[in-house]
Design a protein around this ligand. Structure first.
Ligand SMILES: NC(=O)c1ccc[n+]([C@@H]2O[C@H](COP(=O)([O-])OP(=O)(O)OC[C@H]3O[C@@H](n4cnc5c(N)ncnc54)[C@H](O)[C@@H]3O)[C@@H](O)[C@H]2O)c1
Length: 377
């Protein structure tokens, strides 16, 4: 099967690499000639480097499978086309309409959108039943997780077909309902939001919160380091989109601390300044290594995360297994959140959350009904 990729930025180029390494001929289309040139050079360099490191034996053969094109007409004989262009609903719809005119009736159309509704993208097509979300993580060749997102209109057999194909591409597929943030970008919100809340209230400073989450919690990066790494232009926008898409549920409320960073152009590591200063002569702030305070911070953020996972299970966003796989494989959490809750004890998780609710009387800290039921049983 020939695979088409629309857009060859960070994600499109990565997805094209994965498909070509898996043996497919890959047509790569972008409307910017510069982007095509850059992707061609980068893919070639990356694959040769992988061969030098002994991770690939046939770089030239894989590179020979790429066909770069400045026209959607090159998708005519593709069996699957994956879109990875700018995150804008109207532009994506327009591109899907255009591509549908070119491909055969049997061609599957997928979107790599992180935050838009796959259902509304599908609605732009004459055959919306052939559209599905395939949400890869960055960098696509390294991150094993792919969220498979059937639209309301998708043929049900697409789910199994997509899962099988992703396994052939050495990926770990999880299936999620088409709701904002899918699994990972929904469940992870409190990791950022609650950390910022703790900081804004002056309970602890940023390095102390980061220290608590890495040293006590076992996370690879603390929330502030991670937000700076992702970039506030991405991380803040995801938070705001999720908040708006959930009809302004206070659980997902964005913060002014992060919004102001974005407005200042302090995007994080890539701009040299975010929550932290990355100038070569900047003084690296030290955490207060207080075990009691650290444990308090870690437990507060963790119960918010676990509650989010339990609520997603309650609303059947995904299976228990997929919810946990998504967090360990998509964002490298040390443990699945439901597994963590089980080990910690549902009653302890609930009690901690109810303490927060009693203290704040804010809807943000409401426990999932399923958490209450599991704690009772
Ligand atoms: N970057 C991430 O971490 C990440 C992770 C998962 C999913 N995504 C999603 O993947 C998609 C692409 O993200 P990215 O980070 O690769 O973006 P990017 O800006 O790096 O690349 C987008 C590419 O699409 C091209 N493009 C834009 N409009 C086009 C059009 N109308 N027709 C053809 N090509 C067009 C651009 O020239 C560019 O090369 C978005 O939907 C994003 O939400 C991104």
């Amino acid at each position: 099967m020939k695979v088409g990729v629309i857009g060859c930025g960070a994600m499109g180029a990565g997805i094209a690499q994965v498909a070509a390494v898996a043996g497919h001929e890959v047509v790569i289309y972008d409307n910017q000639a510069e982007a095509l040139k850059k992707a061609e050079a980068n893919l070639s360099a990356t694959l040769h480097k992988l061969q030098e490191k002994g991770k690939l034996s046939n770089a030239s053969e894989v590179i020979g499978r790429f066909h770069f094109s400045n026209s959607t007409h090159s998708f005519a004989d593709c069996g699957l086309v994956i879109e990875a262009i700018i995150e804008n609903l109207e532009i994506k719809k327009q591109v899907f309409r255009e591509v549908e005119q070119v491909v055969s009736d049997h061609c599957l159309l997928a979107s790599n959108t992180s935050s838009l509704s796959v259902t509304s993208i599908a609605a732009a097509c004459q055959k919306p039943n052939r559209v599905i979300g395939l949400h890869f993580f960055n960098p696509a060749p390294l991150m094993a997780l792919v969220e498979v997102v059937p639209a309301v209109q998708s043929d049900l057999q697409l789910i199994e077909e997509a899962k099988t194909l992703m396994k052939q591409w050495s990926k770990i597929p999880v299936v999620t309902k088409d709701t904002p943030g899918f699994i990972v970008n929904r469940l992870a919100r409190p990791f950022y939001g609650e950390a910022i809340r703790i900081f804004e209230e002056g309970i602890a400073d940023m390095p102390t919160i980061d220290w608590a989450m890495t040293e006590i919690g076992g996370f690879r990066m603390g929330p502030f380091t991670l937000m700076d790494y992702i970039g506030h232009d991405v991380n803040y926008i995801v938070t705001e989109t999720v908040f708006q898409s959930f009809f302004y549920d206070p659980r997902y409320k964005p913060s002014f601390s992060q919004k102001r960073l974005l407005e200042a152009g302090w995007l994080g590591r890539k701009s040299g300044r975010g929550f932290y200063d990355y100038a070569p002569d900047a003084i690296v702030p030290k955490p207060t290594q207080d075990q009691v305070l650290g444990t308090e911070i870690f437990e507060r953020i963790l119960v918010m995360l676990i509650n989010e996972a339990v609520e997603a299970l309650h609303l059947k966003i995904a299976t228990e297994q997929d919810l946990d796989l998504a967090m360990t494989k998509g964002v490298n959490y040390p443990k699945g959140l439901l597994q963590w809750g089980k080990e910690w004890g549902w009653a302890s998780v609930l009690s901690k959350l109810d303490q927060l609710y009693d203290q704040y009387h804010e809807d943000r800290y409401r426990a999932s009904i399923l958490l209450r039921q599991m704690a009772k049983n």
